[in-house]
Each structure stands twice: as C-alpha cells, then as structure tokens.
Design a protein around this ligand. Structure first.
Ligand SMILES: Cc1cc2nc3c(=O)[nH]c(=O)nc-3n(C[C@H](O)[C@H](O)[C@H](O)COP(=O)(O)OP(=O)(O)OC[C@H]3O[C@@H](n4cnc5c(N)ncnc54)[C@H](O)[C@@H]3O)c2cc1C
Length: 289
C-alpha cells in the first residue's frame, strides 16, 4: 500500500513542536526515524493527517556525560549512535549491546531511542536494560516539564504516560555504584529478530556479596517487568550457584507471558529462567557496567 497523504510539519523549537501537537490533537503524530510510524501508515494501521518531525530539534540529539547528572541520551539518538558511543561503551556497555541486538543496520541507522520507548512494544530491547540502570525520562510538554523514572513510563502495549502535546526529550542514566550489567534476548533468528523474551540485570557486587540488584524482564508482560522477588533472593546475600538458580526459577514464575506466534506461555517462562541465569552470570563476570 502507498503511504496515505499527510502534511509534514517541521518545527524549529521544542515549544513549537508541543504547540503543534496540542493544536492538531489526535490527527497529529510525532515523527522521529519513522521506522514504525511510516511502516504502520503504509500498512494502513495509522492515518495521521499531520506528522510533526523532530528533525530540526537539535536539543534532542547526541549522547553526553554531565558531571553530577550522568549519561544523557537525546531522544533522537539512533540505535547505531548508541551502539558506537564511546561514553556508553566505557560506562554502560550493556546498553550498546542491547542496541546492537536490534533489527538490522538500516533500521538501527534511522530508529531512535525515543521512538523505541514511546512505541511501548513489550518486546522492545532498550527499555529493560535502561530500567535496570535506573534510567529517567525527561518529558517536555506545552505547559510543564517533568522527569520520571523510566520504570513508570510504560502503561501497557502501545501506551505510555505521555500526555497531549508532550515529547520525550532525553533519557538520563544517573551515576551509580553498579559493578556489572547485562542484557540477553532470545529471538527466533540469530540476528534481526524481535525478542521472544529478554532479561536485563544490573548488580552492585562487593566481595562476593550482592549489595544491589535489578532484574528486568522484557517481552513477557504487557510492560517491562521488574522481577522483584527474584531480586530479593540475591540482594544482600553471598552469591552462589544455588542462589542464582533459585532467582532464575522465581523470575520465571513472576513473568506474565502470553502465547503468540513467537512462543507459548510455557516456552517463554522456560526462556526467562535460562536467560536470567545467563544474564546474572554475565553481569557478575563482566565486572564492568
Ligand atoms: C524491520 C524492523 C525490525 C525491528 N527490530 C527491532 C528489534 O529487534 N528490537 C526493537 O526493540 N525494536 C525493533 N524494531 C522497532 C524499531 O526499531 C523501533 O520502533 C524504533 O526504535 C522506532 O524509532 P523511530 O525513531 O523510527 O520511531 P518513529 O517510527 O518515528 O516513532 C515511533 C513512535 O514513537 C513516537 N515518537 C517518536 N519519538 C518520540 C519522542 N521523542 N517523543 C514523543 N513521541 C515520539 C511516534 O509518534 C510514534 O508513535 C524494528 C522495526 C523494524 C521496522
């Protein structure tokens, strides 16, 4: 199908963009890389009369480190920029690895972190590792600006807390004591496949003791899911193979998967156990974030 007609709007400022979104309401959509919006329009799943492009909004570009704040990733940063960012490679290589696990080169070149998060697809690869790393989302709207934990951003498949006229501006990974983090996904092909399940971990290990931990499951619930009981198995304890196995089993119970063409409920639960075990071991062994 041919993409239906629409009016392309290219605001010069964030405030202008928010204003256009309010003015045109339901008939307008934000356009970042377009890897989702344009595909949906072509498939007849979406028919916005206006596309509000973020292309001229340089405030949303780039990846930088701000002392006292952390790593700031502009919403327009593409997956390839994330993958190759020297700041992220040094500080949070797990985020680069998650970006690398996505799609193919062409999509990674145009798809943005903002689009990946706002899409709120349960199988998306960036939300679990960013939530594991305590990321925050900075949101700007026509009247106010707010920064919230990314963990609170997702409401359900395709639904986020963004209100009318609001734009996701940047993601902040705050400075932290984390000693290791990791993201593993399982897809039905070696590369370029959506996650059937994914598990992200961040850990602070001192000696053999797990001081702090986050386990975040992807593609096995309507939104990215913290496996809090599994975290409690390890938090404050001396790490052992038995505890890792127990945490993995509990994470599988905490998952809330559905059956679909990519896997059944049982299959996904088994995957969560296997991936949690592997991801925990990798986060412990890596000894870097
Ligand atoms: C072939 C293919 C393979 C893919 N494989 C994967 C994969 O393996 N893993 C994975 O996680 N994803 C995958 N995706 C999804 C894709 O990578 C994401 O959808 C991409 O990150 C979207 O970014 P975008 O900039 O293209 O978003 P767009 O298509 O421009 O926008 C997506 C949505 O977000 C909104 N939006 C975008 N930016 C903002 C913002 N800053 N503020 C407010 N709203 C905004 C848009 O209005 C729209 O609703 C795949 C997609 C394709 C087509």
């Amino acid at each position: 199908m041919i993409i239906p007609e629409f009016e392309y709007l290219s605001p010069q400022t964030l405030q202008e963009a928010c204003g256009l979104l309010v003015q045109y309401g339901e008939s307008a959509k934000v356009l970042a890389g377009g890897s989702d919006v344009l595909v949906k329009m072509k498939d007849g799943l979406m028919r916005p009369a206006y596309l509000v492009s973020l292309k001229k909004l340089d405030d949303l570009k780039g990846i930088r480190y701000e002392k006292g704040t952390g790593v700031v990733i502009g919403a327009r940063a593409t997956h390839n920029e994330i993958m190759t960012s020297s700041i992220l490679q040094t500080k949070y290589r797990s985020v680069c690895e998650a970006a690398h696990s996505m799609a193919a080169e062409q999509i990674r070149n145009i798809g943005t972190i903002g689009g990946n998060l706002v899409n709120a697809v349960p199988s998306a690869d960036l939300p679990p590792i960013l939530i594991a790393l305590f990321a925050q989302a900075r949101i700007v709207g026509p009247i106010r600006e707010r920064t919230i934990p990314l963990e609170e951003f997702f409401l359900g498949p395709g639904r986020t807390v963004l209100e009318s006229g609001e734009i996701l501006v940047e993601i902040i990974i705050p400075d932290q004591l984390t000693t290791g983090s990791n993201y593993i996904k399982f897809g039905l092909r070696r590369a370029g496949a959506l996650a059937v399940a994914g598990v992200a971990i961040s850990m602070t290990v001192s000696g053999d003791v797990c001081q702090e931990i986050r386990i975040v499951l992807g593609a096995v619930a309507p939104t990215p899911l913290r496996a809090r009981q599994a975290e409690n198995v390890l938090r404050g304890k001396r790490i052992s193979r038995e505890l890792i196995d127990e945490a993995a089993k509990i994470a599988a119970v905490e998952a809330k998967p559905i059956s679909d063409i990519r896997g059944s409920i049982e299959y996904r639960r088994n995957l969560v156990a296997v991936l949690t075990r592997r991801s925990l071991k990798a986060a412990i062994e890596k000894g870097h974030v």
